[in-house]
Design a protein around this ligand. Structure first.
Ligand SMILES: Cc1ncc(COP(=O)(O)O)c(C=O)c1O
Length: 438
């Protein structure tokens, strides 16, 4: 019997979020892979999930507060907002009044609330994080993409931004993800200043998605857009990536300085309508994640050093494969690989659009799970893939690094071979894929 349930047409247009879509793609390929003795293990370069354990100080705080079963403040409990304010000052040199801090169930939800609350079209540099596109569609927002140029290190060119903002009327929100998922690029203070100048000229706002800030390999080099353009920037951040607690669902927004009360209460109203409050025990655990402690400081320095070792290794190796071009990440745990030199060969093999590249890489015997195509807002003809470099035992890698940090190039390479063997083997497979193409 045909179902009588009808869904909203705009929901049909939304791309399935990364975890479910890639999960489906992997199961589909697992079913199809009928090659003898193929157990269909795959190289997990698709999910953007930190491999490390949640810091134990945060885990303990969660257990201690498991009895907090009451509803709590929509905008975040006061001790958590205070801890976030001091965190902002310690790590980013920003002075933030607690009434500009809004806590939410993950950064994605916080971004969603900003899109709901703030009028205007979204301007989005591409390739981008997989999550923005579906949110923009769900909210019926207008959006304008700006293609990032590989020869400019995939960083937004202020002239391109100026052009887009000059052509369009009304308020705009530039989504600036720094460090950048999927390329690992990190903006300098000077680059941010130029972008801010253009935004200011056109009265545009910035949604500075800085969720990977503390994974910047050389953290001294990270500058928050909140320091450059405080009056026009919404900073978003959370504990999913740098404290490996994606499943906790805790994020926050810092509203622009001198943000009118009207905007703050609109934000609180939408948040209260959508989620009431973030799980109360999680907010208490969040205090331990944001309060100053040696354990957290140490955690940041060890985990970012491991991201650096693995990101640098993967970039170097992939750049040696034929005509592939991989970014050299300066933060995050991703890199972006440009396959355009092989567009013709790919077409001949039936991968007729950049979406198909993910299927080709997942096919037998390569079994490489990556994210490509429209998911990361690439044009059909732009063959590129995001590789998440997280398919290893993070706890073991941390122990090994703490025991004996590698001291030179050779030891760093050995570290990857010993502690991230699937990343090494996955890159070997990528090499095989390219050899087979040509
Ligand atoms: C750039 C970017 N922003 C936001 C998010 C969402 O983070 P959260 O888990 O806090 O919702 C992610 C997660 O992958 C991301 O990569």
């Amino acid at each position: 019997m045909e179902s009588k349930i009808r869904i909203e047409p705009y929901v049909e247009k939304i791309t399935m979020p990364e975890n479910v879509r890639i999960g489906n793609l992997i199961s589909e390929h697992r079913r199809k892979c009928t090659k003898n003795s193929c157990a269909f293990d795959y190289y997990g370069f698709a999910f953007g999930q930190s491999p490390f354990p949640v810091p134990s100080i945060v885990q303990r705080a969660l257990c201690e507060h498991a009895n907090k079963g009451t509803y709590s403040s929509t905008v975040g409990i006061e001790p958590l907002r205070t801890a976030i304010a001091s965190f902002m000052e310690r790590y980013y040199g920003l002075e933030v009044d607690t009434d500009r801090i809004f806590v939410g169930p993950g950064t994605k939800e916080i971004i969603s609330i900003i899109f709901d609350t703030i009028e205007g079209d979204i301007v989005i540099p591409t390739p981008s994080w997989i999550g923005y596109g579906p949110l923009i569609s769900l909210k019926h927002k207008n959006s304008h993409t700006i293609k990032l140029d590989p020869s400019k290190g995939y960083k937004l060119d202020p002239n391109d931004l100026d052009k887009v903002l000059s052509e369009k009327k009304g308020q705009h929100i530039l989504v600036l993800n720094n460090p950048h998922n999927p390329t690992g690029a990190v903006y300098t203070r000077e680059e941010l200043t130029e972008i801010a100048r253009v935004c200011d000229k056109h009265g545009a706002l910035v949604l500075a998605d800085e969720i990977y800030a503390l994974t910047t390999y050389d953290f001294e080099r990270f500058t928050s857009m909140g320091a450059i353009y405080p009056e026009g920037t919404f900073i978003t951040n959370g504990i999913s990536k740098d404290r490996s607690a994606g499943g906790y669902r805790l994020g926050y927004a810092i509203l622009p300085s001198s943000c009118p009360e009207k905007v703050k209460s609109a934000f609180a109203k939408v948040a209260a309508t959508v989620y009431t409050n973030v799980s109360t025990p999680i907010q208490y655990a969040g205090i331990a994640a944001y309060e100053h402690s040696e354990e957290i400081d140490h955690y940041f320095s060890v985990t970012r050093a491991i991201h650096d070792i693995i990101g640098t290794y993967a970039s170097r190796r992939i750049n040696k494969i034929g005509y592939l071009h991989a970014t050299k990440p300066q933060g995050t745990f991703y890199l972006f690989v440009n396959f355009n030199a092989y567009r013709r060969e790919m077409m001949i093999r039936g991968a007729t659009s950049s979406n198909e590249l993910a299927h080709a890489l997942l096919s037998h015997p390569y079994h490489l799970a990556v994210v490509t195509g429209e998911d990361i807002m690439l044009e059909d003809t732009d063959y590129g893939a995001r590789f998440a470099l997280v398919d290893y035992d993070g706890a073991a890698a941390m122990d090994a690094y703490e025991n004996q940090a590698p001291r030179n190039e050779k030891e760093r390479e050995e570290f990857v071979e010993t502690h991230a063997p699937r990343i090494v083997a996955g890159i070997d497979m990528l090499e095989l894929f390219i050899n087979d193409l040509t």
